[in-house]
Design a protein around this ligand. Structure first.
Ligand code: K2U
Ligand code: ZN
Length: 167
């Protein structure tokens, strides 16, 4: 397993659209293992393949208190979305920025697991927020894009200043 580099907003590669996974094979399972290591080390509760510059529809999430319940979602689709609620979100690609975003409160998701079999799950709370956040990444969307133009401009400037300072 290896830790992967996480792209920083406003890197243009974060806006690439992820392609469906044709076959859940050992290469995909190895990618999930590397993404999980990267997520736990960050630390975060979710990570999309887009964020590590791999443009395939693969997401890892662990929203458990004990950080030992890894969920891998391959080719995820939301099949039902109910209600709406605001939740403060952050993003490993936009470090230090936390903003309230409106998301569906309860969702039903269909995806492939690491065994290549299709499964369906329901989610609410932090897990529902995280799944929607990660699925946005697969569509090339970063959560700050839900904010006002002014906030986006300020965040972009802050990220570019962070990048200059770390160079
Ligand atoms: O996509 C990512 O960068 C992972 C996010 C996932 C996430 C976003 C919003 C709400 C929950 C999870 C990171 O885990 S950011 C760290 C974090 C964790 C909990 C709440 C807010 C931010
Ligand atoms: Zn994110």
């Amino acid at each position: 397993m290896s830790r992967l580099h996480i792209l920083r907003y406003p890197d243009a590669r974060l806006h690439k659209i992820a392609a469906p996974v044709a076959e859940v094979n050992d290469s995909i399972r190895s990618l999930v293992a590397d993404m999980a290591e990267t997520m736990y080390a960050a630390p975060g509760v979710g990570l999309a393949a887009t964020q590590v510059d791999v443009h395939k529809q693969v997401i890892v999430i662990d929203a458990s208190e004990t950080h030992d319940q890894l969920l891998a979602l391959i080719n995820p689709e939301i099949v039902a979305a109910i209600g709406e609620s605001d939740c403060e979100e952050g993003c490993l690609s936009v470090p230090g920025i936390y903003e309230k975003i409106a998301r569906a409160e309860h969702i039903v998701v269909r995806a492939l697991g690491l065994d290549g079999q299709s499964f369906t799950m329901e989610a609410d709370g932090l897990l529902a927020v995280c799944i929607q956040h990660e699925m946005d990444h697969l569509k090339g969307r970063v959560f700050v894009e839900y904010l006002s133009r002014l906030k986006q401009t300020r965040i972009r400037a802050k990220m570019q200043k962070q990048l200059r300072q770390s160079a």
